[in-house]
Design a protein around this ligand. Structure first.
Ligand SMILES: [Cu+2]
Length: 141
């Protein structure tokens, strides 16, 4: 009887590591993150409003942990791949919209720029697999 009980314990512990290591939450399969504006290849004069689109998930504030929701992040001219095991960096190339904003006024220097949206959870981690928009290129005149 004792042997049987030990065996049960071993099974219970064996199933723990996978759950403990899971970092990002999976987004719903039909979730879609996209730019409403600007569009890929767009030519823009001066400052502009960048508008974020999200389908089949909700927008919340940073720090909030509701299921199937997160806040927007805008990656400007970022070439490094996204690490789903690390929070999204916070600097002039990685903008966080932790108040639940769905648009931002941008003033970028003239030239070509890439923009990409990433949805992050309440702790600023990307989902896993990451929910990202198409990376678009715009030209600022
Ligand atoms: Cu964030």
């Amino acid at each position: 009887m004792k042997v049987f009980r030990l065996l049960l314990l071993a099974v219970a512990f064996a199933s723990l590591p996978a759950a403990a290591l899971a970092q990002g939450k999976a987004p719903p399969k039909d979730a879609l993150l996209y730019f409403i504006w600007p569009q890929n290849g767009g030519i823009i004069k001066g400052g502009f409003w960048c508008r974020f689109g999200l389908r089949n998930m909700g927008v919340t504030h940073a720090g909030e942990d509701f299921p199937n929701s997160g806040h927007h992040h805008l990656l400007i001219d970022v070439k490094d791949p996204l690490d789903v095991n690390e929070p999204i960096p916070q600097d002039k190339n990685h903008l966080h919209f932790g108040a639940g904003q769905t648009e931002a006024r941008l003033e970028l220097p003239p030239g070509k720029h890439t923009l990409q949206l990433v949805l992050g959870d309440g702790k600023h981690y990307p989902f896993n697999p990451p929910l990202v928009s198409e990376k678009i290129t715009i030209t600022v005149k």
